[in-house]
Design a protein around this ligand. Structure first.
Ligand SMILES: C[S@@+](CC[C@H](N)C(=O)[O-])C[C@H]1O[C@@H](n2cnc3c(N)ncnc32)[C@H](O)[C@@H]1O
Ligand code: SF4
Length: 451
């Protein structure tokens, strides 16, 4: 039985629309050591493995940006990187041997900055995905994250020739003083040159990440950055509100900055909508027709379609998460540079047989599974299909009292059998997401000690 929330939604969202960055559920800070460790062969044998997401994590960057709390390091040398890649190959062989028959519907290479890898290692990683794991990269959506300085011509050509169809670049701002204030070394000339190279390499989808709420940013300078991005006609643009997280380089007091983030969001959104983009979620904007046409024409059947609410994810690499219906797992997590380095050192010394177990994670009971499904569905513009939910869980969504509060505050709307966030609801996605967390997840997240 699902218990009602202690705090009502109205007072919760009035505090701030920006309480936590919610893109999945549960958050990694709710993970804990698993005792005893879970045998992956048993776990995956119970999972539908016909349309899995393969994710490989590269924890290296050329710089540590002041806003970023991702699991990544700048203190690496050639030897360490080679050892990391070799470990990843070992892990992939081990994991593949225990997965049994699988089919991958999607592959993402993320970080950190995957293009920080020398080209020979980048090629090895693509081979891990295609040969060791058996993902048909030419036939499924494949996405790679990159930074302006590391996206060189040879790497871009390699990625494109191996089937990468989405190249995603972190730009953050087209105003140098704004990025430099976050400790990110990057000139606008480098950004523009990288975007030109990406478009020459012929990726069907180019995504540009931008951040609003940066120190020194104004609504006008924010719109300037979006207009600068639009000159490159990217198929996708992500607008990220800045979150200042524990242990990152950027300290900041709360005062007025909710106001500027909200104003930036609203102005940025209307600029993109008037420029022909469709809003897919609070952060994601897409030139939908282009992206859909390209996907349909570039993928040959049979191409299994991955659904983020329902399907599993196999994560490889030290910072990757893996999802099954009943267990989410990963390695230990840290933000501080020394702690990240220690976890990475431990990773490259991991004996093969240890890769057969999940040691750290979160077990999802029936309530958590339903909660996750609802949360991810609401965050997608397709919305929560009540019939699909009933079919999936054999119970009516009415069992969730939270949903009636969302409806009564006009944060969601119901049309036929689909529940969707309204315009105001999308704007408040992150706070709605945080409010939908279970008591158990909240307790774990609050008691997590950042390191
Ligand atoms: C893996 S990085 C993208 C690729 C590459 N590492 C780079 O930065 O160019 C993921 C993206 O998350 C966003 N991001 C990370 N930390 C953030 C924060 N604290 N607030 C807002 N956005 C953030 C940035 O826009 C960044 O581009
Ligand atoms: S924003 Fe990108 S480049 Fe900067 S530290 Fe994070 S992952 Fe690395």
């Amino acid at each position: 039985m699902i218990t009602a929330k202690r705090e009502n939604l109205k007072s919760f969202i009035e505090r701030s629309p920006y309480q936590a960055y919610v893109y999945s559920y549960p958050h990694k800070t709710a993970y804990r050591p698993l005792t005893p460790p879970v045998k992956l062969a048993d776990l995956w044998s119970k999972q539908d493995r016909q349309a899995l997401f393969l994710y490989i994590h590269i924890p290296f960057c050329e710089m540590r940006c002041g806003f970023c709390n991702l699991f990544t390091t700048v203190t690496h040398n050639e030897d360490f990187v080679s050892q990391y890649v070799r470990t990843l190959q070992r892990q992939a062989r081990q994991v593949k041997s225990l997965l049994g028959e699988v089919s991958f519907a999607r592959f993402a290479l993320g970080g950190g900055t995957p293009t920080q890898l020398p080209i020979n290692h980048l090629e090895t990683i693509l081979n891990v995905a295609s040969e060791t794991m058996g993902a048909n990269l030419q036939n499924i959506p494949v996405s790679v994250e990159m930074s302006p300085e590391t996206a060189d011509k040879d790497k871009l050509q390699l990625l494109r020739s191996r089937g990468v169809d989405r190249a995603s670049i972190g730009v953050q701002s087209f105003i140098e003083s704004e990025v430099l204030a976050t400790g990110r070394r990057q000139t606008t000339a480098q950004v523009e040159a990288a975007l030109t190279r990406m478009s020459e390499a012929g990726f069907p989808t180019i995504n540009i990440d931008l951040i609003y709420g940066l120190p020194g940013q104004t609504v006008e300078s924010w719109l300037y950055s979006i207009r600068a991005a639009l000159r490159f006609q990217p198929e996708e643009i992500y607008l990220y509100p800045l979150y200042v997280r524990p242990l990152t380089g950027l300290g900041r007091s709360d005062k007025e900055w909710d106001d500027i983030r909200l104003a930036c969001y609203r102005e940025g959104r209307s600029l993109l909508l008037s420029s022909g983009y469709t809003q897919v979620s609070m952060r994601m904007f897409q030139q939908r027709e282009n992206v859909e046409t390209l996907h349909v024409t570039s993928l040959q059947p049979p191409c299994p379609v991955y659904s983020c609410q329902a399907d599993g994810m196999v994560g490889l690499g030290c910072g990757a998460r893996s999802y099954t219906d009943t267990l989410h797992y990963s390695n230990d997590y840290a933000v501080g540079s020394k702690e990240i380095r220690d976890i990475l050192l431990y990773f490259i010394q991991t004996p093969d047989e240890v890769f057969e177990y999940a040691n750290y994670g979160f077990q999802l009971d029936a309530e958590e599974r339903r909660r996750r499904y609802i949360l991810l569905s609401l965050f997608d513009d397709e919305g929560l299909n009540l019939t699909d939910y009933q079919n999936q869980f054999g119970t009516d969504v009415i069992a969730f009292p939270e949903l009636s509060q969302l409806l009564s505050l006009n944060l969601t709307t119901q049309q036929n059998q689909i529940l969707r966030l309204t315009e105001v609801g999308i704007e408040k996605s992150d706070v709605i997401g945080a409010w939908l967390f279970s008591d158990k997840v909240n307790q774990l997240m609050h008691s997590y000690e950042f390191k």
